[in-house]
Structures are given as structure tokens and as C-alpha cells.
Design a protein around this ligand. Structure first.
Ligand code: GLN
Length: 470
């Protein structure tokens, strides 16, 4: 009830696309009954959790914030949603995102942008009065980051205890950094993608957003494991995943990738990063500079691979099987074309066009195959560093703290928003576990996060270090 009332009070944040109030109340009631009758409880019994609107939810509209899927009601639950429900979680609703999770601001969906709850904190408001950017109060709020910005705002505004996001190039870690949350991207193959509407199949993973590391671990423990419906999930037993309590970090080796010290990095994030490294060192950990030499190719490489997979994935939206169908009935081809023009925004259409260009017979070798080779080099950079004895990498998550919406949507900033993924995308191309944790407040009173990255399937190790640092 408390979470539902907070959802109502914070409606202006635009965090939710659908609030599943009836479902939530019924589940909460059943949970209370189980508790009162002394029945055995699930790991998440009675815990309010929200889910990004690109996970299929049986009987609940799933839109991907796109006209294409408006009104689409899936007949089944994504495996991760089913696992939450099986453990007694209370489903609060479906959260807002960039259309089909393409973006890093949560500003590009058909339901409008998500507002960062920190824009309304007293500390930030007071500081902003003194700065010249405050003239348009109503529109000068901050973005949440994205694309899982609705999930981040939902957790940050206390409307739920955890939320599912998805992470293809940083979409869980980026909004977590801007909203002061823990945002976890599991190793590729640890958590099932079945029922997560795909963006880039070879990089997508379900992500978890919470207010502390232990909460993330509890949810991860429920979600992880082989799923016969997702052949890319690993067969090996992966549990338990709860982080250990580290008291001593003197045996730890922390790597600081020198290529991540980019000129665009804000001085504020840079100083938080360097203080964090100093802290590890003063507590006895070995902190060394390492090199990930192919980092400079990661944005371009991601772009080719992402759009190629998008072009292929989006082909299923033809007006026949799911969601939107236009009124035109001149010919089947005209129906496809009009449906897709009406259904997708310009970001999605742009990616379909780029992807099909890279996949043309004459371009395939030069772009797609070459990008795959570069991806391997990027992934090997990480393997080399971890093989040299580094336990985890410590990096920034984003270039700066959250920026005002009006600044973010300026045309010349679009390139910057692609640049913003510089610290997160390579991790997806390599399939590694990584987590953002909130570390400090900037002089403006906004959260600054840092990222820990670990070797593949060392998810527990990443969470353990994050927990020590938290
Ligand atoms: N910003 C990246 C993109 O637009 C990542 C998105 C994501 O992780 N879903 O592709």
C-alpha cells in the first residue's frame, strides 16, 4: 500500500508505463496470508518489485515504449518475471524506457521522458538557484540516464525495493549511476533472456537495480541459472551468489584501465574515481594501472554489431503477429512499410537502416565481420588483464553526473550520449559481470557512481568487492 501511494505521489516522474495495482494487491494479500498461516515463504515473499516494459508479462501490456507494441498483451511471462513471482515477489508495474531500449537517457519513448528524482531534492534545488541554468524551472529537470530510467526512478523514489532493467551497452548501470543506485549487469549466460524483447541478442542481459548490494544479490540468486528456453544460459551450477563479507582487502588486486581516463571525463567523476583507488590502496590492496588497448574502437564496433542485430530483430514487427497494424490494405508490402513507419521512432528506423547497410553483401566482410573481429580483440583485452592477476577493474560508470533534460536533447549532444557508453559497452561485448555503486555526491548534490568489472562468471567476486566498498 505504501509503495502504491508513493507511485501515485511521484507520478510526475513518469517512471511507470503501467501500474499493476490489482495484481500487486492480490499478490501482497496472498503473501500476508502465507506469512500469517506460517507457511514456508519464498525468498522474495511480499517484496514489491517493478519490471522494465521490455520484459513479457502474462496478461499485462508490454509496450517497449513503442507505438509498435502499444496494446500488446503477452501470453506468457519472461523467465525472470516468472522466477520473481515463484518466490513471492509483488509485481508493482512496468517501467518506462527508451523505445526498444535504444538510448541512454530514457527520453525517447512514446510515453515521454523519465525525470530523475534527484532533480527535486532540496540540496540540488538550493544549489541550482545560484546557477544561471535555472530559468525554466518546469523543464529544467535532470535525466535519469537510460535506457532503464523508469526502473531506476522507481527504485530511487522508494516505489519498490528492486527493479529489473536490461543491459545491452550500459542501460542498467548508467541510470543506476545517475540515480544513486546499485545497478548490476550479470555475466552473459548467467540469467535467462527468454521473454526479454531483444535488442542485441549477443549482448543483452537482464539487469538488477536496488538500493544496496545485498538486495541485488538476493534478487540475482533468484534469477540466475540454466533455462531450457534460453540456450545461451550456462548449464553449470552457479549458486550461491550472495557476496561474502570481506574484512581485509590486502590480497586484492584492483586494475585501473588507463584508456578510461578520457578528456570528456568530468573533473568531479575523475576525482571520485581517484579517491576510491586511494582508499583501496590505503587499506592494503594492490592498485595498478592496466591497459585495455582496444577501448578506442569500442563505440564504433558496438554501433556496427548493435545495428546489424537490430535490423534482424526488428524484422519480426511486420504488422501481422504483434501489436500495431496500419489501415493501409493496398498490398502486403505497403502494409509492412506503413506499419513500420508508424510503429517505430526515428532512432529505431535509423538503426534498422544502418544495420541493413552493414549487412549488405558488399559490406558484410568490411563492416560486420570486421566488427566481430574487433569485438574479439576488445574481449581479449579484458582476459589478458584478468590473467595477469587483476581481480576486478575499478572505472567510472558515466562521464559526468546526470545532466539537465534540455541540455541532453540538444542535437549536438546526441553524439555525446553515444560517447556516454564508453565505460559500459565494452563490458557487454565481452560478456562480463559489472556493477555500478553509488559512491559520492557531487558539489551540486547529485550522485556519482563507480563501476567494478570482473572476469566472466565471477559475479559473486564483483558483488563482494562492491559490498566491501559500499
Ligand atoms: N545506449 C546504448 C544503446 O542505445 C545501450 C542501450 C542498452 O543497454 N539497452 O544501444
Amino acid at each position: 500500500q505504501k509503495c502504491l501511494s508513493l507511485i501515485r505521489k511521484t507520478k510526475f516522474l513518469n517512471a511507470y508505463i503501467t501500474v499493476s495495482e490489482e495484481v500487486a494487491l492480490k499478490q501482497a494479500e496472498e503473501s500476508e496470508k502465507r506469512y500469517k498461516e506460517g507457511q514456508s515463504l519464498g525468498d522474495l515473499d511480499g517484496i514489491p518489485i517493478s519490471v522494465k516494459d521490455n520484459f513479457s508479462t502474462s496478461g499485462i501490456e508490454t509496450t517497449c515504449a513503442s507505438n509498435m507494441l502499444k496494446g500488446y498483451i503477452p501470453p506468457y511471462n519472461a523467465t525472470v518475471v516468472q522466477k520473481l513471482l515463484d518466490q513471492g515477489a509483488v509485481l508493482m508495474g512496468k517501467t518506462n524506457l527508451d523505445e526498444f531500449a535504444m538510448g541512454s537517457g530514457s527520453t525517447d519513448g512514446i510515453f515521454g521522458p523519465v525525470k530523475n528524482p534527484w532533480s527535486f531534492s532540496r540540496q540540488y534545488r538550493e544549489k541550482r538557484q545560484q546557477t544561471p541554468c535555472g530559468e525554466n524551472k518546469d523543464s529544467n529537470w535532470l535525466i535519469t540516464g537510460g535506457s532503464s530510467g523508469g526502473s531506476a526512478a522507481a527504485v530511487a523514489a522508494f516505489t519498490c525495493f528492486a527493479a529489473l532493467g536490461s543491459d545491452t551497452g550500459g542501460s542498467t548501470r548508467n541510470p543506476a549511476a545517475h540515480c544513486g543506485l546499485v545497478g548490476f549487469k550479470p555475466s552473459y549466460g548467467l540469467v535467462s533472456r527468454h521473454g526479454l524483447i531483444p535488442l542485441v541478442n549477443s549482448m543483452d542481459v537482464p539487469g538488477i537495480l536496488t538500493r544496496c548490494v545485498d538486495d541485488t544479490a538476493i534478487v540475482l540468486d533468484v534469477l540466475a541459472g540454466h533455462d531450457p528456453k534460453d540456450s545461451t544460459t550456462v548449464q553449470d551450477p552457479v549458486k550461491p551468489l550472495m557476496p561474502s563479507s570481506l574484512t581485509d582487502v590486502s590480497k586484492l588486486c584492483i586494475g585501473i584501465p588507463k584508456e578510461y581516463l578520457v578528456p570528456e571525463l568530468s573533473s568531479e567523476v575523475r576525482s571520485v574515481w581517484s579517491k576510491a583507488a586511494d582508499l583501496f590502496e590505503s587499506e592494503g590492496a594492490k592498485v595498478i594501472e592496466v591497459s585495455l588497448p582496444h577501448t578506442c574502437y569500442s563505440i564504433v564496433c558496438y554501433h556496427v554489431l548493435c545495428t546489424a542485430e537490430v535490423a534482424s530483430n526488428m524484422a519480426r514487427f511486420d504488422g501481422l503477429e504483434y501489436g500495431h497494424r496500419c489501415d493501409t490494405n493496398v498490398s502486403t508490402e505497403a502494409m509492412y512499410a506503413t506499419t513500420r513507419r508508424e510503429g517505430f521512432n526515428d532512432v529505431v528506423r535509423g538503426r534498422i537502416l544502418s544495420g541493413n547497410f552493414f549487412l549488405l553483401k558488399e559490406n558484410y566482410e568490411n563492416y560486420f565481420i570486421k566488427a566481430q573481429k574487433v569485438r574479439r580483440l576488445i574481449a581479449n583485452d579484458f582476459v589478458n588483464v584478468f590473467n595477469s592477476g587483476v581481480d576486478v577493474l575499478l572505472t567510472p560508470t558515466t562521464l559526468s553526473e546526470a545532466v539537465p533534460y534540455l541540455e541532453f536533447i540538444k542535437e549536438d549532444n546526441r553524439t555525446r550520449s553515444a560517447q556516454d557508453d564508453i565505460f559500459t559497452q565494452a563490458v557487454n561485448m565481452a560478456g562480463l559481470p559489472a556493477v555500478n555503486i553509488p559512491v559520492a555526491l557531487s558539489h551540486q548534490g547529485l550522485p556519482v557512481g563507480l563501476q567494478f568489472i570482473g572476469p566472466a562468471f565471477c559475479d559473486k567476486q564483483v558483488l563482494t568487492v562492491a559490498k566491501w566498498f559500499e
